[in-house]
Ligand binder design. Structure first.
Ligand code: DC
Length: 222
């Protein structure tokens, strides 16, 4: 099975791009951030203190996380409830960044990542896919953009959902998340040595998709 690893910071466009690329090459798109978000949501719902690693470790033993595809879209379930839209809030984003630093949380997510990759050709996005989860991935791409551009994109997503925020606020949130994701002890976000670097700041979505498909086709036979 082929594994395409797409890593990069929050708001670089990984999910939008990876989803389109996966469709174009006929692979399954796996959004691994959604698993961390689901764990974060479970903690919030259960009033678990997310700064307490022990408490989070205990709580996740009771979380049954599963996923499925509906009309080509990945859906995540927490104890059989579809939480796919509930995990897209700013509160869950920042809680996901906190709990994703814990070893037991990462191990739980790794199980889902390995399971799906054994059955399907995947385009998987995250922070540590090319470095830790699949160091043997067929293709590795590090997708990034400036923090300002990423904040502008996030703000647009928020506006579509009717969430009010300022650009300063959103950029600050993104920089804080980068700090945590890049400097945690386990599986920090770094560019794998053999990853192709792609900066999407000055490119349209279609341009990034086309560049990525070209990179993939240069590395594997589709
Ligand atoms: O990609 P995202 O914004 O949905 O990710 C939410 C958080 O989960 C992010 O701050 C870092 C964490 N994450 C991670 O540590 N490893 C991954 N493979 C994916 C996400």
């Amino acid at each position: 099975m082929y594994k395409i690893a797409v890593d990069g910071p929050a708001g670089a466009g990984k999910s939008t791009i990876s989803k389109m690329v996966a469709k174009e090459i006929g692979f399954i798109y796996v959004d691994t951030g959604a698993f961390f978000r689901t764990i974060a949501l479970g903690c919030i719902k259960g009033n678990v203190d997310i700064s307490n690693e022990e408490a989070v470790n205990e709580a996740i033993k009771t979380f049954d996380i599963s996923f499925a595809y509906e009309n080509g879209e990945q859906q995540v379930y927490l104890n059989k409830e579809n939480v796919s839209s509930l995990i897209r809030t700013a509160e869950v984003s920042s809680a996901a960044s906190v709990v994703s630093a814990y070893k037991a949380v990462r191990q739980k997510v790794n199980v889902s990542e390995y399971e799906i990759s054994e059955k399907e050709n995947v385009v998987m996005d995250g922070r540590d896919i090319g470095t830790t989860v699949f160091p043997d991935a067929s293709v590795k791409i590090y997708l990034t953009a400036s923090s300002y551009i990423r904040a502008v994109r996030r703000l647009r997503d928020y506006e579509k959902k009717g969430i009010k925020a300022s650009i300063e606020e959103v950029e600050k949130e993104i920089i804080e998340r980068d700090e945590r994701d890049m400097h945690r002890e386990i599986s920090p976000l770094t560019r794998a040595e053999d990853a192709v670097f792609l900066d999407s700041s000055d490119l349209t979505v279609d341009e990034v998709v086309s560049k990525m498909v070209t990179i993939i086709k240069s590395k594997i036979e589709l």
